[in-house]
Design a protein around this ligand. Structure first.
Ligand code: NAP
Ligand code: GLV
Length: 322
């Protein structure tokens, strides 16, 4: 009997490949970089399942290139903005993701970026690296305090809540948040307050972005939003680069409309060498490493693989997107 075939967009932790290999023949794109569009369209031909990476756009063209036997796409990520879910639905292709298992890892990176941006770690590190560190500086590299400040969480989902827990519990921050519906448990446990976005922007010392990327959130943090923020605000984005209007962010950082930004995500990834975000001393940028811990990545691989196997077997996905 022929075994089903799965295309995997890049090498992922072995635990995921082992699960797939128990049930399927696994076709891994072996390059260090994502497949080109043409490699992707060729690589998926004839497969029954795709284990996709967030760097690969999964749309009708890819599904059609795979063929009508394609049953499932399992994203190796919780965010699924790279997948055209409507196109998948139309073709009765199941779609899964990996919620929950990267919440703590990503929340930790958000806090790290917040602290690093507030305390000017990029400037300090650059001074050391470029031999500009001459003495202990009584007036040098002075940053912002965090204790007792106001934290604004844009998108109080899993990661937003985990960030708020850390900063409310550890630094005694007052928590404001935006959400499409009330979250009484969050209000009760963190003494948090759900507010309109304008109040959050104007009142927060630290703003951390955690909304999913979709047409409702794309470029929602724009010039008008930066204009409402305190000039001492620190903005952290670990969600998706496209939630922020990057030209407006660059403008706000260049003109000190805000104090600093800490970014795990940007648009596009990687940023071109010429992007001002690479040069600006008040922009601390890391290469989308929110989930990059052993525990999180292994668990993501396992969940993504289980989704793909279930879809191929015609069973409900354990972690479905729809
Ligand atoms: P989640 O629990 O689903 O939270 C997503 C939040 O987005 C929800 O609170 C939801 O608001 C909000 N949202 C979605 N669409 C919205 C809209 N149109 N308008 C307003 N709010 C909207 O997801 P999560 O696990 O916390 O992950 C959040 C995001 O982080 C992911 O989608 C992904 O893009 C990103 N992420 C990045 C990394 C990284 O490595 N940097 C790692 C993991 C995740 P409601 O509460 O109102 O429904
Ligand atoms: C990472 O960015 C994810 O969405 O899992």
């Amino acid at each position: 009997m022929t075994r089903p075939v799965v295309f995997v967009g890049r090498r992922i932790p072995q635990v995921g490949l082992d699960i797939l290999a128990q049930h399927t023949d696994v076709r891994v794109h072996s390059g260090a970089l994502p497949p080109t569009r043409s490699e992707l369209l060729t690589g998926v031909q004839g497969v029954d399942g795709i284990l996709s990476l967030l760097s690969d756009r999964m749309d009708g063209e890819v599904f059609d290139a795979a063929g009508p036997q394609l049953k499932v796409v399992g994203n190796f990520a919780v965010g699924f903005n790279n997948i055209d879910v409507e196109a998948a639905k139309q073709r009765r292709i199941a779609v899964g993701n990996t919620p929950g298992v990267l919440t703590d890892a990503t929340a930790d990176i958000a806090v790290a970026l917040m602290m690093g941006a507030a305390r000017r770690l990029k400037e300090g590190w650059t001074a050391v690296d470029q031999r500009q560190w001459r003495t202990w500086e009584p007036l040098g590299w002075i940053g912002l305090d965090m204790k007792g400040k106001t934290l604004g969480i844009i998108g109080m989902g899993r990661i937003g809540q985990a960030v708020a827990q850390r900063l409310h519990g550890g630094w005694g921050m007052q928590v404001l948040y935006t959400s499409r519906q009330p979250k009484p448990e969050v209000d009760r446990t963190m003494n948090a307050r759900r507010v309109e976005v304008d109040e959050l922007l104007a009142s927060s010392d630290f703003i951390s972005i955690h909304v999913a990327l979709n047409e409702g959130t794309r470029h929602s943090i724009n010039a008008a939003a930066f204009d409402k923020m305190k000039s001492t605000a620190v903005v952290v984005n670990t969600a998706r680069g496209e939630v922020v209007d990057q030209a407006a962010l660059i403008d706000a950082l260049k003109n000190n409309r805000i104090f600093a930004a800490g970014l795990d995500v940007c648009e596009p990834e990687p940023l071109p060498d010429s992007s001002p975000l690479r040069q600006l001393v008040n922009c601390l940028l890391v290469p989308h490493i929110g989930s990059a811990t052993v525990t999180a990545r292994n668990a993501m691989a396992e969940r993504a693989a289980r989704n793909v196997v279930a879809g191929i077997m015609g069973e409900p996905l354990p972690y479905p997107v729809y």
